[in-house]
Each structure stands twice: as C-alpha cells, then as structure tokens.
Design a protein around this ligand. Structure first.
Ligand SMILES: CC(C)(COP(=O)(O)OP(=O)(O)OC[C@H]1O[C@@H](n2cnc3c(N)ncnc32)[C@H](O)[C@@H]1OP(=O)(O)O)[C@@H](O)C(=O)NCCC(=O)NCCS
Length: 126
C-alpha cells in the first residue's frame, strides 16, 4: 500500500489555499488504484481533527482505513487528535475503539442519529 500526502498547495489556489492551508488529504493507493482517503485539518476548536475517512467498498476490511488513521496519528506530535462519527456507523466505531480513541462527547440534533466525538492522546510513541 502506498500512502500519499496532499497539501492544499497541490490542489488549491489563492484565497482558498490560504484559508485551508492546514487541511491535508491522505490517499491510499492499492494495486495502482485509489483505495481510500482521509481528510485532516484543525477545524475543530483549532485541534487536530480527522474530518472524513472513506475506503472504497472493494478495498474495505483489508487494513486501509486503519493505515490512513495511523498516518494521521503519525503527523500529530504530543497532541490530542479528535474525530467524530454517527452513532450507528458500526465499522467506524469499531475502528476507533481498535485504535484506542476514547468517547469524549455526544452531539444530538445534528442529524437523526447522534454524533459521537472521539479523542486520542498522541504521545509520539504510538
Ligand atoms: C469505516 C471504514 C473507513 C473502515 O475502513 P476499512 O479499511 O474497511 O477498515 P480496516 O480494514 O482498516 O479495519 C480496521 C478495524 O475496523 C473495524 N471494522 C472495519 N470494518 C468493519 C465492519 N464492517 N464491521 C465491524 N468492524 C469493522 C474492525 O475492528 C477492524 O479491525 P479487524 O479487521 O482486525 O477486525 C470503511 O468502512 C468506510 O469507508 N465506510 C464508509 C465511510 C464511512 O463511514 N466513513 C467514516 C465516516 S466518519
């Protein structure tokens, strides 16, 4: 698996590039195809935040999602890394538990199901 890190300067210009300069996209390439990606930024109270993670259906359950999360963890120093997911998203909930993320909040009223907020304290030795 190849993991590529794309920064805004590679795909945004001008104002957008300045506005989103702390956004990153990490892409996983498997068998020459894009298997999945993760977007990472500081939009959550200026904290490191995994905004979205997606693995294409044929490539799921092969460790791609976990590798993408791990690569974002590796990008954080001694920081708290946050993310959130809907309470009925079993694959994502299991994955976050497996990577030792802890539940730190529940947001109601955003959509039909509650949004569960997770955090992992990154120590540099993970
Ligand atoms: C959630 C998602 C990213 C997982 O990606 P993945 O590459 O399939 O996950 P991995 O193969 O790395 O699995 C890592 C762990 O996650 C958990 N997991 C993954 N898929 C699961 C499933 N279908 N059911 C239960 N647990 C699951 C397991 O604990 C797994 O470890 P194991 O294989 O040792 O059991 C993928 O299912 C996906 O893209 N879903 C649609 C988009 C989405 O919901 N994104 C999250 C929104 S915030």
């Amino acid at each position: 698996m190849i993991l590529l890190r794309l920064t805004p300067s590679m795909y945004l210009r001008g104002t957008e590039r300045r506005r989103y300069k702390r956004n990153e996209v990490r892409v996983a390439i498997l068998e020459g195809s894009i298997a999945g990606y993760v977007t990472f930024n500081h939009s959550f109270y200026q904290k490191p935040f995994i905004q979205y993670l997606n693995v294409k259906a044929p490539y799921r359950k092969q460790g791609v999602g976990q590798a993408l999360i791990e690569s974002v963890e590796g990008r954080c120093g001694n920081e708290k890394l946050f993310t959130s997911t809907e309470s009925n998203n079993l694959p994502m909930l299991r994955m976050l538990e497996k990577r030792k993320f802890k539940v730190v909040g529940i947001i109601e009223q955003l959509q039909e199901t509650a949004e569960i907020v997770y955090c992992k304290e990154i120590t540099g030795a993970h």
